[in-house]
Design a protein around this ligand. Structure first.
Ligand code: C5P
Length: 324
């Protein structure tokens, strides 16, 4: 373990035991889900000397998942391929070489504990890249968990979180296994929010994705900062309530500017659904909050009938899936 990983105490130190649903088919292969996240609140507090932005963001773990498997191989190399069933449009823009976060995560863990074994990863993609849903980050979080279990290495939750923070800003939340969290710092400092009820969202994505770095670059920092307090209070309540009015994303204006197709999609959705439409993270996924599953289906129906667009129904169960 590297010293910086051990001494970094600014990150979440535990991983929920219900995280990820790790399951082994036999001792040569292990599979787990990689959930997409939604940001229901995101305020940019300022720019940091390291070039990143200080955030206050509320992230939710959704039912839309990639699936990642790790398989034993005879060699010492690490490799990655798509599942045969991964559609072509979801493969575009996802590198399979050592720049992919899955292989970077595996390599960091492997070198920290001196594991000579190789492995093959098989990725079944459902989360579109450049969507603001943290598909790549979720793949990395799951890769860390899979590797620790598959190689049975003595790496603590704290060490795994330090590795996650060194790889990206959203990985710690996805590693935590929490259904909801208030995240700060670059996004890597995670505090659980105990959800009072299940949540439902209808989400869509224009064809074009957004570059996170470009959206952050285009964001104008404000003096008058929004707080997530009201939203967090509402999320804790068991009573059904419409959270639309208290959702917020400071990156939206810049996202709309860099992606005219997403801008138009938001306008069209607002005019037919007549509810607030929110961008997740740096986009380009946009979503609408619903109070019940039935209401979410109704919204999906309106979008299908009036705009001829298909959408995802994203559920956020208040408790994560029990690990088998
Ligand atoms: O951490 P991650 O790799 O997801 O970030 C991608 C890019 O988004 C960073 O290189 C940076 O330009 C921008 N970013 C930022 N502030 C954050 C998170 C991301 O400026 N808190």
């Amino acid at each position: 373990m590297t010293e910086s990983a051990q001494s970094d105490s600014n990150v979440q130190t535990t991983i929920s035991t219900v995280c990820c649903g790790l399951r082994a088919l036999d001792d040569s292969m292990l599979t787990a889900e990689c959930p997409a996240k939604l940001n229901v609140f995101l305020e940019v507090l300022g720019k940091r000397p390291d070039g990143y932005h200080e955030l206050e963001t509320v992230m939710l773990r959704t039912s839309l998942c990639d699936q990642l498997s790790i398989r034993r191989t005879s060699g010492s190399g690490l490799s990655l391929r798509f599942s045969d069933a991964t559609p072509a449009h979801l493969r575009a823009g996802v590198p399979l070489n050592e720049s992919n976060l899955i292989l970077r995560a595996a390599e960091i863990l492997r070198s920290a504990v001196n594991i000579p074994e190789g492995a093959e990863f098989i990725l079944h993609k459902r989360i579109p890249p450049e969507s603001g849903l943290a598909g790549g980050s979720s793949n990395a979080a799951t890769a860390l968990l899979l590797c620790r279990r598959f190689w049975s290495v003595p790496v603590s939750d704290l060490q795994l979180h330090s590795m996650a923070a060194s790889l990206g800003s959203d990985i710690n939340f996805l590693l935590s296994g929490y259904p909801a969290a208030l995240c700060s710092g670059r996004g890597e400092q995670v505090r659980e929010i105990l959800l009072g009820r299940d949540l439902y969202f209808v989400a869509l994505r224009p064809k074009k994705g957004n570059s996170t770095a470009e959206v952050f670059r285009g964001t104008i920092l404000e003096q008058d900062l929004k707080s997530s307090g009201q939203l967090v209070d509402q999320l804790r309540q068991a009573r059904r309530a419409d959270i639309s009015a208290v959702m917020f994303n400071r990156l939206t204006a810049a996202g709309r500017q860099v992606n005219a197709e997403m801008d138009q999609l938001i306008c069209r959705l607002e005019s037919v659904v007549r509810r607030p439409v929110q961008m997740s993270g740096s986009g380009s996924t946009v979503f609408i909050a619903a109070s019940t599953m039935g209401e979410a289906r109704q919204i999906q129906g309106i979008i299908r009938d009036r705009l001829r667009l298909s959408s995802w129904l994203l559920e956020v169960p208040r408790a994560a899936v029990i690990q088998s």
